[in-house]
Design a protein around this ligand. Structure first.
Ligand code: DX5
Ligand code: ZN
Length: 223
């Protein structure tokens, strides 16, 4: 199994200094992806940033951007993130009736396509369509805010996805988002997660780069 991936979420960074905040987690043994939480104040009750900020960030870092779109109407809004150069573009299963079409458009625009599911959304109904995706993002908090507590019940879903990946039925990066820190990351790693999003655990740490290394080491010890 490849080394665990760590994707710091800039939701907990200083939005007035985003370029510097991304640079802080880069470098050798640094972040594998930078996780960018896009919220529209419709799909979730919070508002963050959108395409212009992502375009600016793309000019300031070589770390692949992992855009997590917590927005309505991803068919309209998701493909432009891939066109702009985001590496992975994830949208929510709950936000569209035609996730396969959105995934196709993201891939046609040059991005990897990710499907996110909220804590209360079952995995099984999506198992088949995940053949059209590169990433499954299992939310381990209700989307909308950083700093919430980890919902361990969602690990049933990462285990189910891992089984399908290990059996060769799916080729997917299994990603988890919400409440990941030094106390929870090992449980998630044992449950088959490949990529760990961490916002407050990285950016509220005294040394964010050290926090990334520590989280990766903890995850690596459990896989
Ligand atoms: C929440 C976002 C997360 C958030 C995670 O809706 O999708 O990416 O930044 O923050 P922590 O790691 O603090 O739970
Ligand atoms: Zn996120």
């Amino acid at each position: 199994m490849p080394a665990p991936m760590i994707a710091p979420s800039i939701l907990s960074a200083d939005f007035a200094r985003l370029g510097d905040e991304v640079a802080v987690v880069g470098g050798v043994e640094g972040a594998d992806w930078v996780h960018v939480d896009v919220m529209d104040n419709h799909f979730v009750p919070n508002l963050t940033l959108g395409l212009p900020v992502v375009q600016s960030l793309l000019g300031h870092t070589d770390i692949p951007l992992d855009c997590h779109l917590m927005i309505d109407d991803p068919a309209r809004w998701a493909p432009p993130y891939a066109e702009a150069g985001a590496y992975n573009v994830t949208f929510h299963a709950e936000a569209t009736d035609d996730p396969i079409a959105v995934a196709k458009d993201i891939r046609a625009a040059g991005g990897k396509a990710g499907l996110a599911i909220k804590p209360g959304t079952a995995f099984e109904p999506y198992a088949e369509i995940l053949k059209s995706f590169d990433t499954l993002l299992v939310m381990s908090v209700e989307p909308g805010f950083g700093g919430q507590s980890f919902i361990a019940e969602v690990l049933e879903k990462t285990r189910a996805a891992r089984r399908l990946v290990d059996s060769g039925e799916l080729r997917l990066i299994v990603e988890i988002d919400g409440g990941i820190n030094a106390d929870t990351i090992e449980r998630a790693a044992e449950a088959g997660v490949d990529c760990f999003v961490a916002g407050s655990a990285v950016y509220n740490a005294d040394d964010p780069a050290e926090a990334v290394r520590k989280l990766r080491a903890l995850a690596a010890g459990r896989r």
